[in-house]
Design a binder for this molecule. Structure first.
Ligand SMILES: CC(C)(COP(=O)(O)OP(=O)(O)OC[C@H]1O[C@@H](n2cnc3c(N)ncnc32)[C@H](O)[C@@H]1OP(=O)(O)O)[C@@H](O)C(=O)NCCC(=O)NCCS
Length: 182
């Protein structure tokens, strides 16, 4: 799995590379945060910090070497130098060996172009290969983008707090006939 790489394209033909996050990507991850609108930051973090909180950055970079957790990233190959445009990750849920908690962030200019769908499928494929069977996610009920995206995969959302939805979705439907399997 350490060599996962996938070439794809957005709905408008923009060429994109998806691969595992590497330690040398830290600077691009920090820059990516500056390319997010305040609403995207809020939807992802459920708070609105002006810069990427240090502890979150460390947590994300630490996951690179953790066998239970995984982070993938997407790059726009039409830019020179190539531009980091998204990350997606999962982390093993506590005390539930086949459940992974998943989250993804796409910079605003690249949203609604099909990347969320592709990244979620890639992440699900990798999670399934690593022995997980369900994704869990928490997000704000007002987040129409993610609500629409996860409904595509048959996920049922339920309230887990006043404005927070929780979804639990089996991974198998994501990985059937997956374009990521070789
Ligand atoms: C939510 C998010 C991951 C969706 O990614 P995306 O690349 O826009 O998703 P896709 O392009 O694959 O779109 C899937 C569907 O959702 C729709 N959609 C995406 N964003 C939307 C929005 N803000 N409002 C309404 N619909 C939206 C798309 O139009 C598409 O539907 P369609 O095919 O019928 O047109 C992305 O908007 C994002 O990163 N947001 C900020 C962080 C966040 O909210 N993360 C999720 C919580 S962990």
């Amino acid at each position: 799995m350490s060599s996962f790489q996938h070439h794809t394209q957005l709905e408008d033909g923009t060429p994109v590379l998806i691969r595992l996050l590497e330690p040398s990507d830290e600077g691009e991850v920090m820059l990516g945060f500056t390319r997010l609108s305040s609403s995207s930051r809020f939807y992802r973090l459920m708070m609105n910090p002006s810069h990427f909180p240090d502890n979150l950055l460390k947590k994300k970079m630490a996951r690179i070497d953790d066998e239970n957790d995984l982070v993938i990233c997407a790059w726009d190959l039409s830019k020179d130098p190539i531009l980091g445009i998204a990350t997606a990750m999962y982390a093993a849920a506590k005390d539930e060996p086949d459940v992974a908690e998943a989250a993804l962030t796409i910079i605003d200019k690249y949203q609604k172009r099909g990347l969320g769908t592709i990244l979620l499928k890639a992440l699900a494929y990798l999670a399934y290969e690593n022995g997980f069977r369900h994704f869990r996610g928490y997000f704000l009920a007002a987040n129409q983008g993610i609500v629409k995206l996860i409904k595509r995969f048959g996920a049922q959302a339920r309230y887990s707090g006043e404005s927070i939805l929780q979804i639990d979705v089996p991974l198998y439907p994501f990985v059937q006939d997956s374009e990521f399997s070789h």
